[in-house]
Design a protein around this ligand. Structure first.
Ligand SMILES: *Cc1c(COP(=O)(O)O)cnc(C)c1O
Length: 342
């Protein structure tokens, strides 16, 4: 067991959090004269600051305890809160494995936290030998692992994640934004074994709710308590909580979308591997493909001219584009465009 309070910033530990009207009185019924709201209307009341109903539903679907759930305004808010809770600006450090999701570095920068960047190996796996020298740094507070990794699409080996969990005395974050597309078990199942593990998931991808900005974190109760202290009181709007509750009523709908997209991904792989300009398609456990082409900058621009927007990742991985799996019609248009562009 790790003493989480020893990793957190002292000012956060000593912080007396804001106590909102709705956290002081928790009942549902009553005459509410406590929060200076307009008494008329439908959206006139502040939302539950602790999103209890939503957390119960999420815990039910994910088979975990609602006391271990964190909700963020997108997982990006959870990433930001991790830096604000654990990293002293100008002093502490975080580790990332590149190429990976860009927000870890940007959020570190916003919080004035230095980044130790360990490149993934040729199979896009973590080289634990390269990590070892940094694990004992007292300033090293956070390690971000993205699995399935964006933009490479692969799962990070269980062995390396376990190695980090067992040898690092700070917080290990596993970002599982694409977990619904992979058949891998989530690290969520290991939450009880490691009180320094934070698993991040989102409603933005498989659940089709990117507009609702709903991210989930799963962590030990000590870590959840720190999040509740630091997050803004009403960070998730009632509208967004409601939209998510509705989606949770019908998880089969998400599963059907995932099944269709995975079939479409296979179809894209088959069609694109026959194309003369595609030199490699990386295996993907997510809803996107990383494809290596003859000239990524040229193809990217030519696709934009056809109205098809992909992500040009060629600065990180030579001549590679990341393409999201779309609807069958959209995928047909992509295949045609790639085959016909001069
Ligand atoms: C898309 C994505 C997210 C999602 O962020 P939200 O703020 O929840 O929309 C998080 N992590 C990774 C790796 C992603 O690709």
């Amino acid at each position: 067991m790790i003493n989480i309070n020893k990793i957190a910033r002292p000012n956060i530990l000593n912080l007396q959090p804001y106590s909102s009207a709705r956290s002081e009185f928790r009942g549902k019924e009553g005459i509410f004269l406590d929060a200076n709201e307009n008494p008329f209307g439908n959206l006139n009341r502040y939302p539950d600051p602790f999103q209890r109903e939503l957390k119960e539903k999420i815990a039910g679907v994910k088979r975990c305890n609602s006391r271990n759930v964190i909700i963020g305004n997108g997982s990006d808010e959870i990433i930001d809160l991790l830096f604000r809770i654990f990293c002293n600006p100008g002093k502490d450090k975080a580790m990332i494995f590149t190429p990976t999701y860009g927000m870890y570095r940007v959020t570190a920068g916003i919080n004035n936290v230095g980044v130790v960047d360990i490149p993934l190996d040729k199979n896009f796996q973590i080289d634990t030998e390269k990590v070892k020298p940094f694990l004992d740094w007292p300033e090293m507070k956070l390690i971000f692992i993205c699995s399935p990794n964006n933009p490479t699409g692969n799962i990070i080996n269980e062995k390396s994640v376990t190695f980090l969990l067992e040898n690092f005395k700070g917080i290990v974050v596993v970002d599982e934004a694409y977990v619904d597309f992979s058949k891998e078990t989530s690290w969520l199942s290991r939450l009880d074994n490691y009180n320094n593990l934070v698993v991040i998931q989102t409603f933005s991808k498989a659940w089709g709710l990117a507009a609702a900005r709903l991210g989930m974190g799963f962590a030990s109760e000590e870590i959840v308590a720190l999040f509740n202290k630091v997050k803004s009181p009403y960070n998730i709007s009632s509208i967004n909580q409601q939209a998510t509750l509705e989606a949770l009523q019908d998880p089969d709908k998400k599963d059907r979308a995932v099944a269709l997209l995975m079939k479409e991904k296979e179809r894209l792989v088959n069609a694109l591997s026959g194309s003369a300009r595609v030199t490699k398609i990386y295996p993907s456990r997510a809803n996107f493909l990383l494809i290596e082409v003859d000239n990524a900058d040229h193809l990217y621009k030519a696709l934009v001219n056809e109205g098809i927007i992909t992500r040009n990742r060629s600065r990180e991985i030579k001549n590679c584009l990341r393409v999201t799996v779309g609807t069958p019609t959209e995928n047909d248009m992509l295949i045609n465009a790639i085959n016909n562009i001069k």
